[in-house]
Design a protein around this ligand. Structure first.
Ligand SMILES: [Zn+2]
Length: 128
């Protein structure tokens, strides 16, 4: 499902930044800063999801190649060994939301940052 469908919005209503593992890097932060400063977006939602392949790769380790390895390395600080994939995805969304909330422009614009978890089987969004 698209974020617009999940939140019952029309195309163009949401400024969507979508990447594997919802990792926050300079490009993502720049896009968020643009959205809150120039488009006056009041809310940033960081939404992980169930059965996430990127979180699975970061949790299970193994031989990763290319830039997938870079993504997994950015997820690993959120991973707790022994936690299931979905719980680590929740933890990762919360950590990324925390990092975004600490951004100078996000704070200056008073944008709210909320972590969320989307269950792809039920379609339910859980606010974290
Ligand atoms: Zn995923």
């Amino acid at each position: 499902m698209t974020p617009e469908t999940v939140f019952d919005q029309h195309l163009g209503d949401l400024f969507v930044i979508r990447n594997a593992g919802n990792v926050v890097d300079e490009d993502v932060l720049g896009s968020i800063e643009y959205a809150v400063e120039h488009l006056h977006t009041p809310l940033v939602v960081v939404m992980g999801h169930s059965c996430c392949g990127s979180v699975t790769a970061a949790t299970q380790g193994g031989e990763l190649t290319g830039h997938i390895k870079t993504i997994a390395e950015r997820i690993r600080p959120s991973v707790v060994n022994g936690c299931c994939i979905d719980e680590n995805a929740r933890r990762h969304a919360m950590l990324m939301a925390q990092q975004i909330a600490e951004d100078t422009i996000v704070r200056h614009e008073n944008a709210q940052v909320l972590p969320a978890f989307y269950d792809i089987r039920s379609g339910v969004v859980e606010w974290l």
